[in-house]
Write a protein that binds this ligand. Structure first.
Ligand code: SF4
Length: 300
C-alpha cells in the first residue's frame, strides 16, 4: 500500500501559489452542472442536480445528450420537481427508450419515482441527508451514508423487493460509501449544493470544510502529478487523502480548486505527459513532476 502523503507547510504554500494561478472556469457548457443552472426554483434545482450528478460518469460528450433528453421530457411535464412528483405510467413509457451505458429507461423511471416519494416524505432532498445531522462532523461521509441508505429504502416498490435484487444500473445510481468507493458523483453533488462560488449553487447548509473532492480519473492524475497522493485506487481513502492535503492550503474550502483541476483533464489541455507548448504555460508546471523540463545530466 502506498505510504500516506502529508504535504509539508512549505510544499503546501508552493502548491497553493500555483493553484491560485489556475484560470477560473466560466464556461459550463461541457459540465453537467449546466442542468442545475437551467432552473430557478430550489425544488427543480435539487432534482436536476440528482439526475445530472448520478449520470455524470464516462465521457462528457456521451452523457450530456442523455441528460438533455431526460430534461426535455421533464420540462414538458412542468419541470423536474413536478415531473418526479407526478411520475406516471405514460412518463415511464416515454423514458423507456433512453439509456446510458448500463443504466436503462426502467432504472431512470424508478429513480424518478423514488425521488418523488422522498420529496413527499421529507419535503426536500437536502433534508434526507440531514436527518441525523450532527455539528462538527469532519466530513460528509455520515450524511452520505444515511442519505443513500434512505434512497435505497425508498427505491423498493413492493414488500418482496430487496435493494440487492434491483438491476445493476439502478444500484449503480445509488453507490454507497460503505462499499469503499470514492463516490465521486455524490461528492460532486454535495460540492454543487454546498459551495456558493460559481458554478456551484450554494443551496444546502453544509460546511464547505466537510466536502470531499469528487475523485475521478482527471483529478486523480493531476493529484498524483503534483504530489497530493501516491495512492492508486479510486477509493474513499484516496479522495480523503487528497482532500486533507488540499485542506492544508484552504481548511475552510478544500474543494475550491476541484472545478479548475478537473477541467485541466476534461478540456484535453493536459496530455498527461510533458508537451512543452502545453506544460510550460501551465499554472502547475513548477509543482508537476510530469510537466517539468528534464534536467540534463552533466557530461564530460
Ligand atoms: S504541467 Fe503539463 S502534465 Fe502537468 S498538469 Fe500541467 S499540462 Fe498536465
Amino acid at each position: 500500500m502506498a505510504k500516506a502523503t502529508r504535504l509539508s507547510k512549505n510544499r503546501a504554500a508552493q502548491l497553493r501559489a500555483c493553484l491560485d494561478k489556475l484560470e477560473p472556469v466560466t464556461d459550463i457548457s461541457d459540465d453537467p452542472i449546466q442542468f442545475v443552472h437551467r432552473y430557478d426554483s430550489s425544488a427543480d434545482r435539487e432534482v436536476a442536480a440528482l439526475f445530472a450528478a448520478t449520470l455524470a460518469f464516462g465521457r462528457v460528450a456521451s452523457f450530456l445528450p442523455v441528460l438533455n433528453e431526460i430534461f426535455t421530457q421533464a420540462d414538458e411535464c412542468g419541470g423536474p420537481a413536478t415531473w418526479v412528483d407526478n411520475f406516471s405510467k405514460e412518463d415511464a413509457d416515454r423514458i423507456e427508450p433512453i439509456f446510458y451505458r448500463w443504466i436503462r429507461g426502467p432504472d431512470l423511471a424508478r429513480f424518478a419515482r423514488t425521488i418523488g416519494r422522498i420529496r413527499v416524505q421529507y419535503g426536500s432532498i437536502e433534508a434526507v441527508f440531514k436527518v441525523n445531522d450532527t455539528p462538527n462532523q469532519t466530513d460528509i461521509k455520515p450524511l452520505l451514508e444515511q442519505g443513500i441508505s434512505i434512497f435505497q429504502k425508498f427505491s423498493l416498490e413492493s414488500p418482496d423487493e430487496q435493494f440487492s435484487d434491483l438491476s445493476r444500473g439502478y444500484r449503480f445510481l445509488l453507490t454507497h460509501p460503505a462499499s469503499g468507493s470514492g463516490c465521486k458523483r455524490w461528492c460532486m453533488l454535495f460540492r454543487w449544493m454546498a459551495r456558493t462560488e460559481f458554478p456551484d449553487v450554494g443551496m444546502w447548509s453544509i460546511p464547505t470544510s466537510a466536502l470531499i473532492i469528487p475523485l475521478d480519473t482527471h483529478i486523480h492524475q493531476v493529484a498524483d502529478f503534483v504530489g497530493l497522493t501516491r495512492r492508486k485506487d479510486g477509493s474513499w481513502a484516496t479522495a480523503k487523502e487528497i482532500t486533507q492535503n488540499l485542506a492544508r492550503m484552504d481548511p475552510e474550502d478544500p474543494t475550491r480548486f476541484d472545478f479548475a483541476l478537473a477541467h485541466l483533464g476534461i478540456s484535453g489541455k493536459c496530455n498527461k505527459r510533458r508537451v512543452p507548448e502545453v506544460c510550460d504555460p501551465c499554472a502547475l508546471v513548477e509543482v508537476c513532476r510530469i510537466g517539468q523540463p528534464r534536467k540534463r545530466s552533466p557530461t564530460g
